[in-house]
Design a protein around this ligand. Structure first.
Ligand code: ADP
Length: 507
């Protein structure tokens, strides 16, 4: 049997999954690595540790498939966005891998964002001006790590580092490039104004190529170690966010993919890039004909976890005793409260927020507390607030790109019927749960199938992702939620300045 390995170089681990050509998982291997925080605002990872996780996980799935007599036809990659590594002329790292969560360039991002040039660069590159963006990271490095900045031969992402090790060549796929803040998504080339602002010339960056680009001729020491032929096709692939849409089958006009795991995101696919004058959403490349537009939220499932860990000791104890998940007990409690939590509204911005406000100072708020509210109202308001946060971005997306009909949901929140139904009701749209939980790896494998001529169009992913459940919206609940949501929306703009004041108090 033929198989493809989809490799997802993520933030907590690298996952390699072997898929057959019908999209079934044959075997998988996950290898974790830590996030390093040498300073409070810094988030880094060790490039060689990530390289080793990639190599070892591929080696593992290849060995298992060899034992079954299966034939490897390609390896394709998903990777987290926004990483930066400075390397010297010999390819030796001068920095760790500075990841998306790093906020050291916050002041640079604020300054660029408030300038006209910043707006112009966003409109060309599709990447929101934010400390996550390599553009802002390079601006920081230029002033604060001068030696490294001047010595650097290239500035690359983790995927480019791995491809360089394997093939001795610096290449970057359009998808990863489109999340750097340096790449013109209309022209498919590096953007001169962004490069000037970052203080670099084009030769400091890799050669941009299509996400279905195939590379062969691997250095034999790596091929031998992984037990594969040096001419095995390696497909560049795309970013994890873009591939999550593809792997969840949210690829047709009107489809949206919503993920609520620790953080969250809502994304749609468009055949053209479209940028938002108000700078609320991103526009990244999946292929030359598929642009992924959307917004990430910091405050996803982690907020439910916060409520569980800080306000639910009894539930945790009881759940342990009866052998169920505490989240299940908590969602049952929340289901006893009517939609709208009797007028209690929660702003979930405990971790500041990216889309739609891109405001690191924003905070959480319970609003409208009255004497009838009990603990479970607070619990329900928390679950509703997380959904309002994603819905707010969904509305911005619809304003920019046209209406959404169906939501394909993924991430830990799909384990709760109550929470998914809440999403269907708040959005007033059908929500589909796909069976695949490994959407980024599957998305990478689908790009490989296209690149290798096994399928004609990536839209054929539809046949590879079975649907496990559909939730239909309830109109009456939608109307109730909308009354709260209108207040929710106004609260942020009314409280914006106070968030800054409280932030100052904490300094
Ligand atoms: P990650 O983004 O780290 O991969 P997951 O996708 O596993 O995380 O999502 C974890 C989140 O999913 C938790 O923080 C929690 O909010 C939510 N979650 C997990 N299990 C349940 C459940 N049974 N009911 C409701 N929510 C759940």
């Amino acid at each position: 049997m033929k198989y493809i390995v989809g490799v997802d170089i993520g933030t907590t681990s690298t996952k390699s999954i072997a898929f057959d050509l019908k999209g079934n998982v044959i075997t998988k291997k996950n290898i974790e690595y830590p996030i390093l925080n040498p300073e409070p605002s810094w988030s880094e990872q060790e490039p060689d540790e990530m390289l080793s996780a990639v190599v070892e996980s591929i080696k593992h799935v290849v060995a298992e498939n060899d034992a079954r007599g299966n034939k490897l036809i390609g390896v394709s990659f998903s990777s987290a966005m926004h990483s930066v590594i400075a390397v010297d002329e010999k390819g030796k790292t001068l920095t760790n891998c500075i990841i998306w969560a790093d906020t050291r360039s916050k002041e640079y991002a604020e300054k660029i964002k408030s300038s006209e040039l910043g707006h112009e660069i966003y409109m060309k590159t599709g990447t929101p001006i934010h400390p996550m963006s390599p553009l802002c990271k390079l601006c920081w490095m230029k002033d604060n790590a001068k030696d490294i900045f001047e010595k650097a031969y290239k500035f690359i992402s983790i995927k480019e580092y791995i491809f360089y090790k394997f093939f001795n060549e610096y290449v970057v796929d359009y998808s990863i490039a489109s999340a750097t803040g340096l790449f013109d998504i209309y022209e498919l080339g590096w953007n001169k104004k962004a490069l000037d602002l970052a203080g670099i010339s084009e030769d400091k960056l890799s050669r941009p190529v299509s996400t279905t680009e195939v590379i062969k001729g691997m250095r034999s020491e790596y091929a031998d170690y992984m037990g594969i032929d040096v001419n095995t096709p390696f497909i560049l692939g795309a970013s994890d966010g873009c591939l999550a849409n593809l792997g969840a089958n949210a690829i047709k006009p009107g489809d949206a993919a919503v993920t609520i795991g620790t953080s969250g995101a809502i994304r749609i696919i468009s055949d053209k890039p479209k940028n938002d004058e108000a700078e609320r959403i991103f526009s990244y490349i999946l292929t030359e004909n598929h642009y992924v537009l959307g917004g990430p939220v910091n405050n996803g499932g982690i907020i439910f976890r916060w409520f569980r860990d800080n306000f639910s000791p009894l539930e945790i104890e009881t759940a342990e005793k009866i052998g169920i998940d505490p989240y299940e007990l908590l969602t049952t409690q929340a289901s006893k409260v009517e939609p709208g939590a009797n007028g209690l509204i929660f702003l979930p911005y405990l971790l500041g927020e990216r889309a739609p406000h891109w405001d690191a100072n924003s905070k959480g708020v319970f609003f409208g507390v009255n004497i009838t509210h009990k603990r479970e109202h607070f619990l329900r308001a928390v679950l509703e607030g997380v959904i309002y946060g994603v819905y707010d971005v969904g509305r911005a997306l619809e304003e920019t790109t046209g209406s959404i009909d169906t939501i394909y949901a993924t991430g830990g929140f799909v384990r709760s019927q109550l929470w998914v139904q809440m999403m269907a009701d708040v959005f007033n749209k059908k929500v589909v749960i796909a069976e695949s939980y490994e959407s980024s790896c599957l998305g990478a494998a689908v790009l490989a199938m296209k690149a290798l001529g096994e399928i004609e169009a990536v839209e054929q992913v539809e046949k590879l992702v079975p649907i496990s459940k559909i939730f239909m919206p309830n109109r009456e609940n939608h109307e109730r939620y909308m009354k709260n949501f209108e207040i929710y929306r106004r609260l942020y703009s009314k409280l914006k300045d106070e968030f800054v004041n409280i932030e100052m108090l904490q300094k």
